[in-house]
Write a protein that binds this ligand. Structure first.
Ligand code: SIN
Length: 293
């Protein structure tokens, strides 16, 4: 297995491993360490079906079945289809607007996620250039750069994260097929507190764990102070120096760290420029420090 870091401070290419087959214990440890170190791993040239993607993801933790599970691979509720394609009757085959805004998957959940693993089958192209990048920002570096007085002010505090915030941001967009959350969906994912800073389970370093997609307010502060501090954190983490943008190629498997990064799916392609991606979400259910040692 060859790992080539890119020069953005985030992201690496991992070659020489076939993810359709079970990875060896040595490969597993290397991938886990690389996930902590580089945040975003691209395994190019893979060819996995839904079962193989699910099996690879499940090595790293339990797979989430999304609470609003609108589209999934047949027989695999844990494998979501992200796509703007439609079937012969004109019905959508996948969720077309997943992740289009800066966020961290599962920060709205009491139990957080370690990683997402996506596999691109079709990537929109215009004039030979891929569209629909997925962008990431480095939350290890963002934490390291925070003014110490902000760290002191917020250490030990929690922000309330709410699934409905991002859902409703998507729902009010023209053409959205998302309906309001049902009372059952709402009950499954109520607002939850999350520490604003947490220790990353692989690197052992502190990260900024707060994102504009789901964080609503900081518990225990007046609304105006909470809004101002969240605004500060979101502007801080949005700096260009933390950014890495992944341009997709069909066959890419992209695995990213959901604790040490925030991400955004770029919606720069049209309905007639097809994008089709399979996704699993890996919950942080294992002892990663021990597994990476
Ligand atoms: C996501 O947020 O998981 C979706 C990312 C993408 O489709 O690029």
């Amino acid at each position: 297995m060859r790992i080539t870091p890119n020069n953005a401070g985030l992201g690496a290419r991992v070659e020489g491993v076939d993810l359709a087959r079970p990875v060896s214990p040595g490969e597993y440890r290397t991938i886990l360490r690389a996930l902590g170190q580089y945040g975003v791993l691209c395994f190019p040239g893979q060819d996995l079906d839904a079962a193989q993607l699910s099996a690879f993801g499940a090595r790293f933790g339990e797979l989430e079945v999304n609470v609003a599970n609108l589209f999934h691979a047949p027989g695999h509720p844990e494998v979501m289809i992200l796509s703007n394609k439609r079937d012969a009757e004109g019905r959508p085959v996948g969720l077309s607007d997943a992740g289009q805004g800066w966020h961290t998957d599962m920060s709205y959940s009491k139990d957080i996620a370690l990683a997402n693993v996506l596999h691109a089958k079709e990537v929109p192209l215009r004039d030979g250039r891929p569209l629909g990048d997925t962008q990431f920002r480095n939350m290890h570096a963002a934490y390291d750069d925070l003014p110490r007085e902000v760290v002191a002010r917020l250490e030990g505090r929690v922000a309330i994260h709410d699934f409905e915030k991002f859902w409703d941001m998507m729902r009010i967009r023209p053409g959205s097929i998302r309906g309001p959350l049902t009372p059952e969906q709402r009950a499954k994912k109520p607002p939850v507190p999350q520490p604003i800073f947490r220790t990353h389970p692989i690197t052992g370093r502190r990260v900024l764990y707060c994102n504009p997609g789901y964080a609503m307010h900081i518990e225990g502060l007046e609304r105006a102070e909470s809004d101002a501090l969240l605004e500060f954190l979101f502007r801080h983490q949005a700096q260009e120096k933390y950014l890495y943008s992944h341009a997709w190629t069909p066959g890419d498997v992209l695995m990213w760290d959901n604790i040490g990064t925030v991400h955004n799916a770029v919606a720069d392609y049209r309905p007639d420029e097809p994008r089709y991606i399979l996704r699993v979400q890996v919950m942080a259910t294992l002892d990663y420090a021990a597994l990476a040692a």
